[in-house]
Design a protein around this ligand. Sequence first.
Ligand SMILES: Cc1ncc(COP(=O)(O)O)c(C=O)c1O
Length: 367
Amino acid sequence: MLEQTRVRPLEQRLRAHLAELERDGLLRTRRPPEGIDLSSNDYLGLATHPLIKERMAAAVCAMGAGSTGSRLLRGERDCFTALEQRFAEFKGTERSLYFGSGYLANLAVLTTFPEAGDTIYSDEWNHASLIDGARLSRAERVVFPHLRPGTLPEGAFLVTESVFSMDGDIAPLDEYRKLGAALIVDEAHAVGLFGDRGQGLVGGDGVFVSVNPAGKALGVAGAFVAGPAWAIEYLEQRARPFIFSTAAPPAIAAALDASLDVIAAEPERRERVRFLARYLRERLTDAGIAVPMDDSPIIPVIIGGNERSVAVAAALQQDGFDVRAIRPPTVPAGTARLRISVNVGLSEHILARFVKCLVEKLCAACS
Ligand SMILES: Cc1ncc(COP(=O)(O)O)c(C=O)c1O
């Protein structure tokens, strides 16, 4: 009874916050995949690729479900070390280190390399994991207007996504390389899709480290930080998300090894996705829906209002299209949107049908 009285003010406060979210059209609901996928990050369809599933299942049978410890203790396995070496070669860097998620990898990079007295320059549209990493760092943080870092002092860290996750536009990486900063590039929506071998938009060339989440185009989970041997060695010694977390299940390494095999053997997957994305951008534009003409599979259809975005997404879901509304704080206030992502399993026919439905729903939401 006494306990209940103590927590009541907390309950009231949290209920008031939930009510505010509801009032602002910002309450999230969870919905499992249903209908035609126009919202996942499984761009290459690798999450369900038969070879990857088979190799992952075989690895579970051979090595068990869990890793039983952190990498620096009993969780270490040769399959992770071999995979990290393979990923580094794929990426064109000396070494890489695997983390349990892209979020953790970004926290690790930004809390380990920049120190007190350093400055992190971060694009205002960077992903929450980069924002949180910079906030947790002891370095000073400067948020710059999207794609416009200006001139940077010597020794600064410049942090950007290569393909931005909610807008699908691409950072001017060649310009950034000339700025003399230690460049940190999040390749979440580029690795597997761009580059002559699917290695992404950056390698070791003029970039300090890249973060390569593996739960998107690679179809599995986790993330590789890739860079020079001395930086990766330091990360291994000092990054708290690496040291103080149980290693991923060993079968994940087997699945990612298979994923790299598929990316090498089936380049037509990434070519097809980029073709379909261009096709959809053109059909949307022809239909009078303004979308940017960037070369990525992420296409933002900006609606503006939170409730209206949710209503349009719900109407499309009713018609069998799995489209999700993205609202603040994921995107800036007033720019709630449908984030359409294109994957290799779609077809021109489906996309043309989708555009027709979208036009109808947008008109209905206006009237
Ligand atoms: C740009 C970017 N960075 C990092 C992440 C986090 O990666 P993960 O989902 O593996 O934690 C995401 C995924 O949401 C992302 O879009």
